[in-house]
Design a protein around this ligand. Structure first.
Ligand code: PGA
Length: 241
């Protein structure tokens, strides 16, 4: 396990982004998963800048979406799709046909999950899985109590997720269900980055890195991965022993 702690959120983001740039420079056709949320914003902005400087090329990379809110469409502010499209995909040269996000408006969500499972299988897993962490320890929408053996699935959202999730929306939104890659997929990655910043994440970060592996804190399962890297700012790392 590798714990990287930086003085600031900006430093944390820059260092994670530099690793992604190195990966793509050595393996341009990497398969990546990039999360939505507040945490990766600065990292994505750094990647966009690096792209504009000609330091990285995304044209051969494949992107598979991590999760999204069921029933929240791609044009809705607050959807992971809109976030990723506007903060990243539309600003770099990632190819549309290589970007595979969940269709949250599909009438057949089971089939959406099946398609993602087949895709992950086809690519033989991820080269790099980048994750944020929820206040309740969720990874994607693998909520507390989740079965670690699951692949893609639709899940009823935990109360914490329903209320914390309001921050992404301009108006109060009913957030009942999510669609997500499962823990089985997350672990099927050659390398995993878990990013966390800010004081409010300190407690869950401590439980994740130093606590027992338990599905009441899904992120704790990452301890079982042989190539897990935690990217933390000083504040998120402040309770680590
Ligand atoms: P955040 O969300 O980056 O907005 O804190 C993380 C998550 O819920 O996984």
């Amino acid at each position: 396990m590798n714990v990287h702690v930086y003085d600031t959120y900006e430093e944390m983001s820059k260092n994670a982004a530099e690793e992604i740039i190195s990966l793509l420079n050595s393996k341009p056709n990497s398969v990546l998963c990039i999360p939505g949320g507040d945490t990766p914003k600065e990292m994505l902005s750094y990647l966009v800048q690096a792209y504009k400087l000609g330091r990285v090329d995304f044209s051969q990379a494949t992107f598979i979406g991590l999760d999204d809110w069921v029933g929240v469409g791609p044009e809705d502010i607050g959807s992971c799709q809109l976030f990723l499209n506007s903060n990243f995909f539309h600003q770099v040269n990632a190819k549309k046909e290589n970007i595979h996000l969940f269709d949250t408006m599909s009438e057949d969500l089971e089939n959406e999950c099946k398609k993602k499972d087949e895709l992950v299988e086809k690519y033989g897993g991820f080269d790099l899985m980048i994750l944020g962490i929820g206040m309740n320890g969720h990874l994607g929408f693998n909520e507390p109590g989740v079965d670690f053996g699951l692949k893609s699935h639709v899940i009823d959202l935990d109360e914490t997720t329903q209320s914390v999730g309001q921050k992404y929306f301009e108006e109060k939104k009913e957030l009942k269900q999510g669609i997500t890659l499962g823990v089985k997929h997350l672990l099927n990655s050659r390398t995993i980055f878990l990013l966390a910043n800010g004081e409010k994440k300190a407690e869950i970060v401590k439980a994740t890195i130093e606590g027992p592996v338990t599905n009441t804190n899904p992120a704790s399962v990452l301890q079982q991965h042989e190539n897990i890297h935690y990217y933390l700012d000083q504040k998120a790392a402040s309770l680590l022993g």
